[in-house]
Design a protein around this ligand. Structure first.
Ligand code: F6R
Length: 367
């Protein structure tokens, strides 16, 4: 069932254009208007919401961080993201005007279940974003928005992550429209951009031989850093998590703006650093380019994930991995892909079991 791939993970990475397309499928009408009938939460209540809290663990929490950037930008509702296990035990401010969004591939993660229960006890409405029909988290929530990634077999999450991000965008657009922050026409335009993403993910996947080669050269690496800014920040952390999980290599993701506040001290000659670069149209682009310049000047081995046509990064990068041009908020759907492939290939090059990393279980059903 691996469809000719070496591992389920490699197959699931290749399935990502489909996972995103399927998650979008049936959620707009022929005129491109958003329809999310399954969100059976009282609309009047959703108009009254004054705060959104996303609760999740691991990769799903990084999807939540991406959601925060989109939801606050589109809906103007304060949105926080919290690791479910931290949320549950710190007496958070949650009430009937809080919308809690619980993201989980399996729907059985005990930490997230406990956070959902706690939120509901405080009177919050809970929407689950989940990949597994009938699992505990959607059953215990007020409504569910399912991701249609299909079963994810590999322990490390890949296609579910892209589908979670996609579902978060749909939820953000729904709330923005409901609350009058975006007109139906504006929502249709952004949906159109979302519908263009599966092809862009496919195009990204086609260009990754360079990343595979790099992963093989780097099989002896002891530590890899990942930098990103704005929605590139959770992507950097996800890239680091994949590398830890699969290749057992020390890896850390940082917000690029944080570099000079400490992490730059880690840079020494030869240190591999992946940098997720925002689009040249973003006001953050020159700032990240200057970060690349700084670490390059200190001898780091800079591997840059940058949009096609971004020439500013070239003088300071040892390797430039190209992704298609994408609206800023949607970029994680393409920029994370080279990082997933890198981790998968590097683990493979070390002879490790990519689908079943040591010490990990697919779903963590204990606290
Ligand atoms: C990372 C990974 C984990 C899960 C986390 C949440 O590759 O798989 O970090 O994302 O355990 O799992 P779900 O989404 O099932 O709640």
């Amino acid at each position: 069932e691996k469809g000719g791939f070496d591992s389920f993970m490699a197959k699931e990475i290749a399935d990502q254009p489909q996972a995103v397309a399927d998650t979008l499928l049936g959620r707009s009408d022929e005129d491109g208007r958003l329809i999310l009938d399954e969100l059976r939460v009282d609309e009047a209540a959703l108009r009254e919401i004054d705060k959104i809290v996303v609760v999740a663990c691991g990769t799903a929490a990084y999807a939540g961080m991406v959601a925060k950037y989109a939801i606050e930008h589109w809906c103007r509702i304060p949105c926080e993201v919290e690791l479910a296990h931290e949320f549950r035990y710190r007496d958070p401010v949650v009430n009937a005007r809080t919308l809690v969004v619980a993201i989980s591939q399996s729907g059985e993660t005990m930490d997230t279940i406990m956070a959902v229960r706690h939120a509901r006890e405080q009177g919050a409405r809970v929407i689950a974003i989940c990949n597994t029909h009938g699992s505990t988290i959607p059953r215990e929530s007020d409504a569910a928005l399912y991701t249609h990634a299909g079963p994810e077999i590999a322990v490390a999450s890949t296609k579910a992550f892209l589908a979670q991000i996609t579902a978060c965008y749909l939820l953000g657009l729904y709330l923005a429209q409901l609350r009058g922050n975006k007109s139906p026409g504006e929502v249709t335009d952004i949906l159109g951009q979302l519908h263009a993403m599966p092809d862009k993910i496919a195009k990204t996947l086609e260009g990754l031989d360079q990343v595979r080669r790099m992963a093989r050269w780097m099989a002896d690496t002891r530590s890899v850093l990942f930098l990103g800014r704005h929605v590139g920040f959770p992507v950097a952390m996800e890239g680091a998590l994949k590398l830890k999980e699969l290749a057992y290599i020390h890896a850390e993701g940082f917000a690029a703006g944080e570099l000079k506040h400490g992490p730059i001290a880690l840079i020494e000659p030869g240190q591999p650093v992946f940098v997720v670069v925002p689009s040249p149209t973003s006001p953050l682009h020159p700032k990240v380019v200057s970060n690349i310049q700084e670490i390059n000047a200190r001898g780091a081995r800079t591997i840059v994930i940058a949009e096609e046509g971004d020439e500013d990064v070239v003088p300071y990068a040892q390797e430039v991995v190209r992704v298609p041009q994408t609206p800023a908020l949607l970029a994680p759907l393409v920029t994370v892909v080279p990082l997933q492939v890198f981790a998968c290939e590097l683990a493979g090059a070390k002879g490790l079991d990519v689908d079943q990393p040591r010490n990990l279980a697919k779903s963590v059903t204990v606290e």
